[in-house]
Design a protein. Sequence first.
Length: 201
Amino acid sequence: MLVSVSGFSAVSFGLKSRVRRAVLPVLALLLCLAVPAWAQGVAPKQSDADALARIKNDNDKSTPPQLTGDNWDTGNYATAPFPGVNGVTWNGAGPGAQVTQLNLFYKQLTGKLDATGMAALISLNASYNQLTSLDVSKNTALTGLNAQNNQLTSLDVSQNTALTLLYAQNNQLTSLDVSQNTALTLLYAQNNQLTSPQVSQ
């Protein structure tokens, strides 16, 4: 009788162990699904986060700073894509999310704006600032660029072959080469220091 009870106990214990081993992974999966993205360490592509941090640190010299809010908090991407206090739009909320649109309209930015690191960027509005230089040479997916009303003396768009819209008016450009921009359908370049032959097509 004792043997029988012992055997029953051993069988019961073994069964419980097997059930426990089968159930635990399922519970763990359910817990992961219930945990919000930020708690699981979801983060955007590092190059994009670095680019935003660089733009904020290098260009936002206004008082008070214009580039504020969650859009510029490199530790908070749980709600991406952002509707945009500062116009940062992401292509998702998971690991590797990238910036696709960046609106820096009238943010009192100065000096050089370097968009390097945002490989998925398709639209950049940097108009109505005090920028003297704009680097979009690595943004080969760019289709729309608004750089009007700055203090740009040069603008290299030779690598932006997908560009369809270019607003470069009201700057200090002395030349503008768009010979590589065969997809371009709209170009504004008035009120610069250009003459018609200097706009290569």
